[in-house]
Design a protein around this ligand. Structure first.
Ligand code: PEP
Ligand code: MG
Length: 554
């Protein structure tokens, strides 16, 4: 047995087979074939199988994320069967007596380069699709291996690291747990894993070894330990711990439908953070009082091309309708920093966390922003949508956004399209915004404090950099004082203030947040009921705040 310590992202115990997830591209060797006719037949058969896989993926995506997001799998089917792609592969097999694998790899590279050099944006993004279908064909030729994100059985996924766009593609019903060698608990990858509500560890001190693949493993998400080939004693202990977890979960279920009221009668709203429709189902399942943060950038990250206004409208409308009278705060896209999206073709930046992300990108590339705003204003007719803008630092940005939203409404009026008047708020996640929150409060309907970025920028500690763990202190008095100031400024101006960063679910701070008068906590769906339990057991009366003092020993 081997045991590795990692940082817990989400608690719970998972026991199952390990699947090592590698993302390295293999170089395809040139292999000669004598029988070119047989090789062409092999290639044609592989195409048929790949089309069957894509049809199944289309159906799955249709069920889980809707028609608009599923459409990519139809495009892939068309590309696979495209005449010039097929001719190129068969030509290479015939003239170079090459293997089908080699011909597919060469054609894939060649077509991807050709698409990438095109003027038209739509055609340029097809480069990634051609690479994708060529990889799929190659894996079918190599023995029917499927899309690397589609899991055939329940497994513990172990990887060097996972990008946010990768973790979002795994089959949720089959992923038992995640373990990554790199990554920090505040990264978006970790946030996504947390939203999935399954045990997850990052920064696990192991050297990734393919030999681990297929072996039995245990992820103890609560204590942050990953066991490989556990011995009998550990297995027994973990099974017991798993049983206890189940009992705790069963108790939490009994809290559904209860008010979020402290023992002394103070109430707070408890909402969910989501990134897609699947998270929405988890939010409803966990009795969320509303959606406090829909990270809309995941709509962009989970696809290969810009979502159209219509596609976005359908998603936002579906969320609003599913939540009925409950408020749904949709944050406009916060692309940039660790959330990179190839088809945005962003300039490489020395320091992307301080670069063109969030509202800066939206104000720089207004067409993308306006498309999203049109979809949001239209969808707000169908429910209680509120719009929230990320990465604000200045009053002028909010005023500029107002000008743009007025223009968007004028466009919709000119088209004769109905739209609503959603509440509009901002994220307070930069020190600048927190410090001038008294001025900003007069401009908007609400504040939501993004403690992940606020901590990163206040303490000058990169949220991705695990080497700085000793310096990352989300309980730092500077962070807590800042939250208190923002809440006070909001209330003074007659608006409400919530917290949607990960700190909102920190069991040690919930009493402080209640004492500060925070109006809403928005947390990952799996944390709603545990946070409710704490609220129900808390008495805030006479509580003397401690947040002016450092709680850490240093
Ligand atoms: C935050 O910064 O706290 C936040 C909620 O936004 P994100 O984690 O998506 O940057
Ligand atoms: Mg943020």
């Amino acid at each position: 047995m081997k045991a590795y310590k990692g940082k817990s992202v989400f608690g719970g115990i998972a026991i199952g087979k390990i699947q090592v997830f590698g993302r390295g591209e293999k170089q395809v060797e040139r292999a000669k074939t004598e029988n070119t006719e047989a090789e062409i037949r092999r290639y044609r058969q592989a195409t048929k199988e790949a089309v069957i896989q894509l049809k199944a993926l289309y159906k799955k995506a249709l069920r889980e994320v809707g028609e608009d997001c599923a459409a990519i799998f139809e495009i892939h089917q068309m590309l696979l069967q495209d005449g010039s792609y097929r001719e190129s592969i068969e030509h290479i097999i015939q003239t170079q007596q090459a293997s089908a694998e080699y011909a597919v790899a060469r054609t894939g590279d060649h077509f991807a380069r050709m698409f990438a050099s095109m003027e038209d944006d739509y055609m340029r993004v097809r480069a990634a699709d051609v690479k994708d279908i060529s990889r799929r064909l190659h894996s079918v030729l190599q023995g029917g291996e499927e899309d690397k994100y589609s899991l055939k059985e329940p497994v513990i996924i172990v990887a060097e690291d996972l990008a946010p766009s990768e973790i979002a593609r795994f089959d949720r019903d089959m992923a038992l747990a995640f373990v990554t060698v790199h990554g920090s608990p505040d990264s978006h990858t970790a946030i996504l894993a947390r939203n999935m509500g399954i045990p997850a560890l990052v920064g696990a001190g192991l050297s990734l070894d393919d030999a681990m693949d297929g072996k039995q493993g245990i992820v103890d998400g609560t204590d942050g330990i990953f066991y490989v080939e556990p011995d009998g004693e550990t297995m027994g202990r973990m099974r017991q711990a798993g049983q206890e977890e189940l009992q705790k979960k069963a108790f939490l279920q009994t809290l559904k439908g209860k008010e979020n009221s402290t023992l002394d009668g103070q109430n707070i709203l408890l909402h969910a953070n989501i990134g897609n429709m699947r998270d929405l189902a988890d939010a409803l399942q966990n009795d969320a009082g509303g959606i406090g943060l829909f990270r809309s950038e995941f709509i962009y990250l989970e696809r290969e091309d810009f979502p159209t206004e219509e596609e976005q409208f359908r998603i936002y409308r579906a969320v609003a309708e599913a939540m009925g009278k409950k408020r749904v705060i949709i944050r406009t896209l916060d692309i940039g920093a660790d959330k990179q999206c190839g088809y945005f073709r962003m300039e490489k930046e020395e320091n992307p966390a301080m670069g063109c992300r969030g509202v800066r990108l939206c104000l720089t590339r207004q067409e993308i922003f306006m498309t999203q705003l049109r979809a949001l204003f239209r969808a707000s007719v169908f429910g209680e949508i509120a719009i929230m803008y990320p990465m604000i630092t200045s009053v002028w940005e909010v005023r500029k956004i107002k000008e743009i939203t007025e223009e968007v409404k004028a466009q919709l009026r000119a088209r004769g399209t109905a739209y609503g008047e959603p509440e509009q708020g901002i994220m307070i996640e930069t020190p600048a915004a927190a410090i001038i929150s008294d001025q900003l409060a007069g401009e908007v309907d609400f504040f939501s404090i993004g403690t992940n970025d606020l901590t990163q920028y206040l303490l000058a500690v990169d949220r991705q950099n695990t080497a700085l763990d000793a310096f990352r202190d989300p309980h730092h008095p500077a962070v807590l004082r800042m939250i208190e100031t923002v809440v006070e400024n909001a209330h003074r101006a007659g608006i409400w203030a919530g917290i949607c960063g990960e700190l909102g679910a920190d069991p040690e701070l919930i009493r402080d947040f209640l004492a500060m008068g925070v109006d809403e906590l928005s947390v990952s769906p799996g944390r709603i009921l545990p946070v409710r339990k704490i609220i129900l057991e808390t008495d805030v009366s006479g509580y003397k705040n401690e947040w002016g003092k450092s709680r850490t020993s240093g």
